[in-house]
Design a protein around this ligand. Structure first.
Ligand code: C2O
Length: 312
């Protein structure tokens, strides 16, 4: 597939529904292994990218560049969804370039983990590639890290954890009042790195619950992006934003959301770039060039899923 500029569109697919011979996860494992071997001074290294989300390293040790780039993840704000979309988009480009360089497919796209899919009996297990003893490279599995739950290959998420009730919230934002409805996407406030108790509905469930149920690195923002499952979890959260939009809901049009805050990153070529939410409302547009294989869930289906899942 190609858009009008001729750039290929990457199609993000459900990790549990990849064809048996689909190489997406094998190449993901190989690219993760390669990224881990890059020095921290390389902005496309595994550790550098995870530190953009959060790090518990001592800030006094950061160089000027790291001071700008690290510890930026946005939580409990309406910037939560757009910031993580930027972060994932750059990560996808870094992995795709690494896969291509290693001799893999040119059209690699970040898969997602749809833990809420009631039609998939495996949905509430970690995708098998993340629990195998050996996968992608000889004698190890770059996708397997220490976790509190899930590595035994069993289903471990309960129906509340995977509820899609957040999709029923029709407005993107809400008042930043503790206990009030903060909307689908979060309260309207500016840069907010540390999470607190005033989060948007999607951020609370399933986002937060999945993090804490997996635990280990995923249990804290300063380490979460060091677990390779982080990126598939967030691809699903990003997809649910598209599902919500496809249901006829609208993103904010307020300039303070669209362009009020600019975020600093290094792109896949290592060049400094800045983006604001306006730059990520269209996933097909440059420089992102991706879409999801499935964004068609209806509120009824979402409600059904919750009902179906009860007692499971
Ligand atoms: Cu910025 Cu799921 O975290």
């Amino acid at each position: 597939m190609a858009n009008t500029t001729g750039s290929p569109i990457r199609v993000r697919k459900d990790a549990w529904r990849l064809a048996a011979d689909d190489p997406t996860l094998l190449w993901y494992a190989r690219a993760v292994d390669a990224m881990r071997q890059r020095p921290l001074s390389n902005t496309t290294s595994w550790e550098y990218q995870a530190a953009v989300h959060g790090t518990n390293a001592d800030p006094s040790s950061f160089n000027a560049d790291q001071q700008k780039a690290w510890g930026q993840c946005q939580h409990a704000t309406w910037l939560f969804l757009p910031w993580h979309r930027m972060f994932l988009g750059i990560f996808e480009q870094i992995v795709a370039a690494t896969v291509a360089k290693l001799g893999g497919p040119q059209d690699w796209a970040l898969p997602y983990w749809d833990y809420s899919d009631a039609t998939n009996p495996n949905a509430r297990k970690l995708p098998a590639a993340f629990t195998a003893a050996e996968f992608g490279v000889p004698e190890k599995n770059p996708l397997r890290v220490e976790r509190d739950q899930g590595n035994d290959g069993a289903a471990f998420l309960d129906s509340k954890a995977v509820s899609l009730n957040s999709l029923k919230h029709k407005t993107f934002t809400g008042r930043s009042t503790p206990g009030g409805d903060s909307g689908f996407g979060g309260p309207s406030r500016g840069f907010n790195h540390s999470g607190d108790n005033d989060q948007g509905q999607l951020e609370m469930v399933p986002h937060d619950v999945i993090h804490s149920d997996i635990g280990g690195l995923m249990g804290a923002p300063d380490t979460a992006a060091l677990d390779p499952i982080f990126w598939l979890h967030h691809a699903n959260i990003d997809r649910l934003w598209e599902v919500w939009r496809h249901q006829g809901n609208s993103n904010p049009t307020d300039p303070s959301w669209l362009t009020g805050v600019k975020f600093f990153f290094h792109n896949a070529a290592g060049q400094p770039v800045t983006y604001s939410p306006q730059d990520v409302v269209d996933t097909i547009a440059s420089p992102w060039h991706y879409q999801y294989d499935r964004t068609g869930e209806t509120p009824a289906a979402a409600a059904d899923k919750t009902t179906l899942a009860t007692g499971g």
